[in-house]
Write a protein that binds this ligand. Structure first.
Ligand code: BES
Ligand code: MN
Ligand code: ZN
Length: 508
């Protein structure tokens, strides 16, 4: 659920009741608004800072309730270290951590006086702060029946939800303008998180496709292909994965033509959308299997991204393609040893039915190239457990045939904090997936599992297509708490790829 708290911008002089947040840099060097409140309270703030040993360090605060001489019920002085060296991610994280301090207990309105101790904050950074605050406010509470009832029946006085955050800044108009795009991005991340968090009994391939279809409202052209259409196209690798499930497989194609005819060939995003991955006949162990409801995080990112691009009317031609299947064991399921012919014509020996994501992507990647001749092709997938062994949960794995794409994606990752780490591809790794029976086998043995998976995908990438594969198994779900995310599904990739698009693929 998106943060229900309304966010707006106001001038520094606008009146403030409720909760008030002001800042101090290393020292502590109080910002003008902090100094002002210190005076109004006859030195309360600086005295409290001294008593607690507050030095303006990041993540340290002075927290005062019912401060004498002030209208506010709570006054927070938050440390920032030195904002002179802040980049976009620092402002984003600051917004997140401040949002985390606001519980609503002290009233429905919070005022944040966003300032530095020297000079102004650029509108883009104010917008980043606000984006961080929105993302931190996300909670998936759809299935918490008690909380919902309480809120529904709550009286004005004991409603402990925060209703309004007002960010006071030097140029509220410019901030609000910069925030228009950030809002679209936040909504895209929210959509992605919602999809990842949703359980698989509620969100199967058909329901997921229906959610994608809703982008039509924003001017995205959405086609949903059912099993008949997929059979006709020859997407047998994708269909083989879904054949064990009672829920029919789908592929959704989302086209956003914001670049117009002059925008040229589109950039195409492909997402793995396994709405639940039991492993199939190569069944996964029971412990932790529930996490496999998130095996559609790649597809969720693509839908969230397409929504964000359309919502902010990005001047780009972009296409999203998601392969939606459920991987189940049954009397109709594919077996280890089966051979299927992919849409490209290549035959695949299925050695492990739990290596299903690459089979889904193989057909989607091929379809993407046949139909759209993409100027860049980027896929996202919770593809391998091995990528977590290699990179933990801080970086997603990046595999690409293009140094330029590697550079662009890595840079976008560093700006947004959705970090990528490039891992190798090469002919020796490709040998790992040679099959004795078919053209290719779907597992590559014990070592370098993320790499052999990427090699498999590359077999379905045509010579000359700039392509990148992001293995997001460690970053998209079962997330570690961060300043801007407390949700199981992180929505990883939406901000990263939105940034990639705005930096390199949009017409000015
Ligand atoms: N969806 C999993 C990968 C995964 C594991 C994602 C844990 C998130 C958390 C994928 O389909 C899978 O099962 N991969 C296998 C591949 C193996 C059978 C070659 C794996 O990683 O073990
Ligand atoms: Mn699997
Ligand atoms: Zn999977």
């Amino acid at each position: 659920m998106s943060d229900q708290t309304a966010l707006s911008f106001a001038s520094r002089s606008a009146p403030a009741d409720g909760v008030v947040v002001v800042f101090a840099e290393e020292g502590p060097k109080l910002t003008p608004s902090a100094q002002d409140l210190d005076k109004k309270s006859k030195g309360l703030l600086s005295r409290a800072a001294e008593i607690t040993g507050f030095k303006g360090k990041k993540d340290s605060i002075v927290d005062l309730l019912a401060p004498q001489g002030l209208k506010s019920v709570r006054l927070v002085l938050a440390g920032t270290d030195k904002t002179a060296s802040y980049g976009p991610e620092d402002w984003l994280n600051l917004g997140g951590s401040i949002r985390g301090l606001l519980t609503g207990k002290e009233g429905p309105t919070a005022h944040v006086f966003l300032e530095t101790a020297h000079g102004e904050i650029a509108a883009a950074d104010v917008a980043n702060f606000a984006l961080g605050a929105l993302l931190r406010g996300y909670k998936f509470k759809k299935y918490k029946t008690k909380a919902r009832k309480k809120n529904g029946a709550a009286s004005e006085t004991n409603d402990r939800t925060l209703k309004k955050i007002i960010i006071h800044c030097a140029d509220p108009k410019a901030a609000a303008q910069a925030f228009v795009a950030s809002r679209a991005i936040a909504d895209g991340v929210t959509l992605a998180r919602d999809l990842v968090n949703e359980p698989a009994n509620v969100l199967g391939p058909a329901e997921f496709a229906a959610r994608a279809k809703q982008l039509t409202k924003l001017g995205v052209q959405v086609e949903v292909l059912g099993e008949k259409a997929l059979q006709k196209l020859g997407m047998n690798a994708l269909l083989a994965v879904g054949q064990g499930s009672d829920k029919p497989s789908h592929v959704a194609v989302m086209q956003w033509r914001g670049g117009g005819p002059k925008g040229g060939e589109p950039i195409v995003f492909v997402g793995k959308g396994v709405t639940f991955d039991t492993g199939g006949i190569s069944l996964k162990p029971a412990a932790g299997m529930e996490d496999m409801k998130g095996d559609m995080a790649g597809a969720a990112c693509v839908v969230g991204l397409m929504q964000a691009l359309a919502d902010r009317k990005a001047k780009v031609n972009a296409v999203g393609i998601i392969g939606l299947v459920e991987n189940m064991p049954s009397g109709r399921a594919q077996r280890p040893g089966d051979v299927v012919t992919a849409m490209s014509g290549q035959t695949i020996e299925v050695l492990n039915t739990d290596a299903e994501g690459r089979m889904v992507l193989a057909d989607c990647l091929w379809y993407a190239q046949e139909r759209f001749k993409p100027k860049a092709l980027i896929n996202l997938a919770t593809l391998t457990g091995a990528v977590m062994v290699a990179l933990g949960k801080e970086h997603a794995g990046l595999f690409t045939n293009s140094d330029e794409l590697a550079e662009r994606l890595t840079a976008a990752g560093n700006v947004t904090g959705e970090r990528l780490w490039r891992l190798p591809l090469g002919p020796k790794y490709d040998k790992m997936i040679e099959s004795k029976v078919a053209d290719i086998k779907n597992t590559g043995g014990k070592w370098g599992g993320s790499i052999s998976a990427a090699q498999f995908l590359q077999r379905f990438v045509k010579e000359g297509t700039p392509w990148a594969h992001l293995d997001i198994a460690g970053t998209a779900m079962s997330s570690v708490d961060s300043e801007i995310n407390r949700s199981w599904g992180s929505g990883f990739g939406v901000r990263l790829l939105d940034r990639l698009v705005s930096d390199h693929y949009e017409r000015r």
